[in-house]
Structure formats: C-alpha cells, structure tokens
Design a binder for this molecule. Sequence first.
Ligand SMILES: Cc1ncc(COP(=O)(O)O)c(C=O)c1O
Length: 455
Amino acid sequence: MTSPFGNEADSTPLRPELRTSLPGPRAAELVARDRDLVSPSYTRSYPFVMARGERVWVWDVDGNRFLDMTAGIAVVNTGHAHPRVVAAVQEQATRFLHMSGTDFYYELQVRLAERLNAIAPGDAPKRVFYTNSGTESVEAALKLARYVTGRPRALAFIGAFHGRTMGSLSLTASKPVHRRGFAPLLPEVIHVPYGYCYRCPVNLTYPECAVACLDWIEEQVFGHLTPPDEVAAIIVEPVQGEGGYVVPPPDFHPKLRALCDRYGILLIADEVQTGIGRTGRWFALEHWNVVPDIICVAKGIASGLPLGAIIAPRDLMTWPPGAHANTFGGNPLACVAALATLDVIEEENLLENATRMGERLMAGLRALAERHQVIGDVRGLGLMVGVELVTDRQTRHPAPELRDRLVQACFQRGMLVLGAGTNVLRFMPPLNIRSEEIDLALEVLDEALQEATTG
Ligand SMILES: Cc1ncc(COP(=O)(O)O)c(C=O)c1O
C-alpha cells in the first residue's frame, strides 16, 4: 500500500465503503470481552476497535477503514504513527526506557524544556514541570498557584473540563456525571459564567454586552463570596473543549487577563486540548494576544505518548525540591516523541495547514447549514471545530438525540467523530489532514444529516 504520508496519490479509494453491519465479528467479540474485563466508566460511543493507523486513516480489527476526525481525542496532531515520531521512539527504546526524572537528569527533558520555552507565549524565561496527562498538568498548576500566592481559592468556568482526578475534577463543571458520587470535592473552588455567546449566560449580545459575563466575577464573586486577595488563580480553557467547543468573543481573554492583573491573581491557561498547534497557533491564547502565567499542556504534545507539562516563568516556578514530583513524568520515550512532534509541526507547516483546513471545514459546514436547519451554530479555531445541533433555529432548543444519531451514522459510513457538550459534534482531525479529506468529511456528514433527520 502507498503510504498516506507521501505526496504521491494514495492508491486506495478515498471514500470508505458504507457499512450497515458494524461492528464486524472480531470487533464484536472484543467489545464483549472488554465489557467483562474493563471498567464500564469509559464513554465509548460506538464499537470502533483499532488495529492500526496511518495519518488520518485508521483500520479496525476486521479490516474496515475509517477517516479519523477525532485524532484519538485531539492527541495525534501529527497523525497516526507518523514515521518521524515512530523512528524517534524506536531509536530511544534501544537506549533506555526510563530513569526517573525526579531523581536523575537526562538531556531529553532539558532539550524539550528549551523547545517549549521557545514556543510558549511571553518573553520571560520559563521552566517546565513534566506530567503524564492533562489532569496531572492541571493538578500541578493548581498546586503551584496555591504555593506561590499563599492563597486558598480558585475560580473556574461553567462548562469547563479540566480532568477527573480530585483537584481537577473540582475545577471541572461540564457534565454532572463527571461529579456524581464523588463529593466532597476540593473546597474553595467557585464557578463563573463563560463567554458562550450562542447561549449567553447573562442574556446579552456581543459586542454591546462588553463581555458582561466576566463582570459576574467582580460583582457577584468578589462582591459576595470571596475577597479577591484570597483567590490564587483563575483557570480557563482558551476554547472550551469537552463543554461544547465554545469559542469566546474577541475581548473575553484580554478582559480576563486585566482582571487577574488588577488583583494579583494568576491566570492558568488549560491548553491541554487547544495547545501544540490544534488551533493553528502553538497555543490558542495567542489568538487573543494574551500571555497566561501558567500553561497546562498534554494531549497533542507527544503524538500519542503519555506526556503533559506545565510551563511557567522561572521566577514563578520556585517551589523547592520535594514540593512536587512524580515517577514517570517526562518519560524519555514521551520526550523524544514530543521533540519529533514539534519538528514535524514546524517542518511540515502544520500550523498553517491547521488554519487552512479549519477554514475549509468551517466554510463547508456553513454551506451545509444552509440546507440543514438542525445546524444551529458552526464555530471553531483551526482544526478544533464544533457544530451545535438544535431542533429549532429560532428557539435554539438543543438536539442531543440527533447529535447521537449523527455520530452513529458517521461511524457506519466510515468516519469517526465524537460529541462535545450535550448537542455538539466535534471535529479535531490530525493537523496534517488534506483538503480532499476535509471535503470527504463534509460529504459523509451531509449524508449522515440526511439520514438522521429523515430516518
Ligand atoms: C482542556 C482539558 N483539560 C484537561 C483534560 C484532562 O486530560 P487527561 O484526560 O489527559 O487527564 C482534558 C481532556 O479532555 C481537556 O480537554
């Protein structure tokens, strides 16, 4: 088979065939075994059982091919099994697999910190703390903020998803199922309205509103709940991910930054989903020209190897030896994968490709919205694109069942997509997706919409 990484035309037809009988026999058997043996808390929407992947294409255990518009949930930004990343991991695997970065040194952690320093916004020299996942990055950011400010409280946004361990779960306010049964959570967390203009939390319209949703913090929170000098940090997703791919308006993040500055509150950017090129910039807050105090990354940083990090100015990351550490954070295989990922994004111009492909996708979705009344809103940045589904455009009544039917209809047509929020379909393909694959995704969605709205 011709590799989809090459420039030469792929010999397999672009369009996977329509299947109405998924899962196939091997997938069905594996899913049944999984049900007995693996935690039922995972949220699998359909029975895709991975066998292998190349760039934006994945194959299941029955040999069926799918267009992956999920990138393994915004992780494989360089595509599945990019040869550069694979080679770097293979080469490192022959040298050493692990040597706790907590207790010893190795060059890869230093080199990666240098690279992250070079791409992170802001002029101040920075330090990096390595983690294994997004939730751990958020935990580290919260601990650092408390440690350096000596303040107990944190603010987070309604609709936010920051992870599922106890600290990050306390900041998460996306779906009740994430929190049900796990109380008591961390005290001293207060949730405030996000800049969700399609469903404005304060019932106003941008730009006349002057981003009044953020005034809630000073008027209500500082007016009634906590003095600002007891707030260590405000944590924000530049674009809300799991909460529904919500892009806040142009003044939102600058106004939030100014508010933090007024009260000496640290601004933590949770760039776990938006970071490392996903939105067409290395970090999404660059779109707003805002420099946060602490940046959380994970997901896309190492093309699929488990790695996360927090990045903060050197004079802020001052906690002493023993204050925070872990065994596996900054694992050498993950670090080489991250270095290769950054190289690939740079050398293959993937920031630019993410911008162009995202625009093509959104233009196509807006064209679909002219024919499909159930599309209430199309929004996104780069290759982080959401489609909000409604039963009625006037009332904007959410259509969660339709969204779920669409996810299934896409799967049967050979395209992997996922939901976000209750009624949003999200597209976050690898950053090296090509225009003909974007067009194919639109074609499949068009058919799925026809089926799901008439069926
Ligand atoms: C913005 C954001 N923060 C944190 C997390 C948690 O990351 P992880 O699942 O790696 O713990 C996620 C995961 O979806 C996320 O989207």
